[in-house]
Design a protein around this ligand. Structure first.
Ligand code: ADP
Ligand code: MG
Length: 571
């Protein structure tokens, strides 16, 4: 784990070295100053050589200034190092999350992902900055100061040693406790985020049911748990820092008392006494640092552990080594003995066989929950089949790169996801880098032109968060415009018009019919009127494919489709 943590320093090696070296120099100067003071008192003052005293004072001033400058560098560049590492990690995590399969997102809360990409990394960045540097400096200063103290007066140095074992026990004990507390805190903060995400994105439902109080209570539960976990951590921390404070004061006092006695016995000079007291402070600076690290280390490491946990989730839909990059597919699709389930408990599709010819328009009908959407999500490999295979133009979809396969398939769903931004940006999502001409052309084909012309800001209109300011029919036309830009040989229309009123549906149907020209098209439809002209109709039930054939043939057969048809048109 620690090794893995260190690997993030590699790209910033230079920064680390500069920062680290400056920190070491600062620490050495800190170690030297009390010696200088001691020498000043014991050797310089009695000689009353004022010019030398003045020169030495100026020299000390220069050293202090240098030390201050170096401390600025250590502070600023050290933080820069931490921020750089944090930024790298955040980028890596975001990239990794983008690669995850649908299954991952089915089972992971958005708020949890957000909290890892934002919160968790703060502490990791802090640790990356302070961790190795402070630890090294602390150890160096501590032993350095102790060694010098030994050379000044062994008896006095031994007094300080007595307190050390207590200190070590305290540090180890609280470190263990805090580790646990911070880990708990990360779990709770992720839950808080998940709850906020859920309630805010569902706020319209919350308010329409006037369930604000219910949501508040649920949130308050999470919020209190978070408070409790965080408090537990700080309780341990306060306990240990008070303990450390107490021990340091004890030690100073002990040194003063024993030192006074030694001076009285003439075994210690005044300068040595002052120097020694100063060194007790130098000795305790690293202890302070270590106690600060004790907060940082468990926090940062708990965060890092969660970070790597997420980073180690392999996307379950991946490119095979040597996967083929396919271009301009014709769109011959064949399912052979395809079985699939979202989990091990239940199979949704069982040994489905189906052939769709290039350029054909095939409609899928059947009860909701039968598996129509599932069949279509297997083609772009949103999920991988459990058994059997799906081939396009004779090539198994698992043998193609995800990128090239998906670039050949366009999907229009019932819910159109729009991004916060302008109309134009949302249309252009179908082909990043499309020219204005191409965008206008696509909008025209999607019958969006007159709507956009009526807007004061035209293409630059802000559509609100997730397209909130648009009607269902308008959103659907944006989705269609995106498809005209993408121009894929295979098209999947999954209940694209089911949520619309009949009149809007007719307008959109026109655009969809134009879109389907020269493409292999799979249409999932509720209203049977919209699929009358399909080349073939496939009736899907929970048992699998029940019937298929042309519209009129199926009516004549008098089976499930004929039944569905009768029910719909009697109303
Ligand atoms: P249709 O599109 O015909 O209405 P679906 O393909 O959406 O049906 O669903 C088929 C079955 O798979 C349903 O029983 C549904 O509950 C289940 N299902 C759909 N999506 C998921 C998913 N992401 N995770 C688990 N089960 C799912
Ligand atoms: Mg469906």
């Amino acid at each position: 784990m620690i090794q893995r943590f260190y690997s993030y320093y590699k790209p910033h090696r230079r920064l680390f070295i500069v920062d680290f070296s400056c920190a070491v120099i600062v620490a050495l100067l800190e170690l030297a100053f009390p010696l200088a003071v001691q020498w000043f008192i014991d050797s310089l003052l009695p000689g009353e050589d004022w010019p030398t005293i003045a020169t030495v004072s100026v020299g000390l001033l220069v050293l202090y200034i240098i030390s201050t400058l170096l401390q600025y560098i250590v502070n600023y560049w050290g933080h820069m190092l931490g921020i750089n590492i944090e930024t790298d990690m955040r980028q890596q995590l975001f990239q990794h999350v983008q690669k995850q399969s649908f299954k991952f997102f089915d089972n992971t809360k958005t708020g949890h992902i957000m909290s890892r990409i934002t919160n968790d990394l703060f502490d990791i960045g802090e640790l990356a900055h302070h961790g190795p540097e402070d630890l090294f400096i602390a150890v160096m200063t501590f032993f350095g100061a102790f060694w010098i103290m030994m050379t000044i007066n062994i008896q006095l140095a031994l007094v300080t040693v007595c307190i050390l074992p207590f200190l070590v026990v305290l540090i180890i004990f609280s470190n263990m406790k805090m580790n646990k507390a911070w880990k708990q805190m990360y779990t709770e903060v992720a839950d808080v985020n998940a709850r906020v995400e859920d309630s805010v994105s569902g706020v319209r439902v919350v308010q329409s049911f006037t369930n604000e109080n219910y949501e508040m209570d649920r949130f308050s539960g999470n919020n209190k748990k978070f408070r409790k976990a965080k408090l537990r951590g700080y309780k341990v921390m306060s306990f240990s820092s008070s303990g450390i404070y107490m021990m340091t004061r004890f030690m100073t006092l002990a040194v003063l008392v024993v030192g006074a006695w030694l001076v009285y016995e003439n075994r210690l000079s005044y300068g040595e006494m002052v120097g020694f007291v100063l060194y007790v402070n130098v000795l305790f600076k690293p202890v302070d640092k270590i106690s600060a690290l004790m907060e940082l280390y468990p926090k940062g490491m708990a965060g890092f552990k969660r970070f790597t946990e997420l980073l180690d989730v392999d996307p379950d839909v991946q490119d095979k080594p040597g996967a083929e990059i396919v271009e301009s597919l014709l769109g011959d699709i064949s399912f052979s003995k395809v079985s699939f389930g979202y989990d091990d408990k239940r199979t949704v599709l069982n040994e489905i066989d189906l052939t769709i010819h290039a350029g054909e328009t095939v409609a899928f009908v059947g009860p909701s929950g039968a598996g129509k959407t599932t069949i279509c999500s297997l083609i772009p490999r949103f999920y991988d089949v459990t058994n059997g295979s799906i081939k396009i133009d004779g090539i198994d979809v698992r043998e193609m790169t995800k990128q090239s396969l998906r670039s050949q398939i366009g999907i229009v769903q019932q819910d159109v996801f729009l991004f916060t931004g302008t109309l134009k940006e949302n249309i252009a999502y179908g082909m990043l880098g499309a020219t204005d001409e191409q965008i206008y052309d696509a909008a025209k084909k999607a019958h969006l032109e007159s709507f956009i012309a009526g807007l004061p800001d035209g293409y630059e209109t802000q559509i609100g968060e997730r397209g909130l300011k648009l009607s269902g029919g308008q959103k659907q036309r944006i989705a269609i415009a995106r498809m005209f830009l993408k121009n894929p040989p295979i098209l999947i229309l999954d209940e694209a018009t089911s949520a619309l009123d009949t009149e809007t549906e007719m307008i959109i149907q026109e655009a969809l019919t134009e879109l389907a020209v020269n493409r292999t098209t799979l249409v999932i439809a509720h209203r049977l009127a919209t699929i009358r002209n399909a080349d073939r109709i496939v009736v899907v039930t929970e048992e699998g494919i029940a019937e298929q054939g042309k519209h009129d043939e199926l009516i004549d057969q008098g089976g499930i489709f004929a039944n569905l048809h009768r029910v719909q048109f009697q109303r």
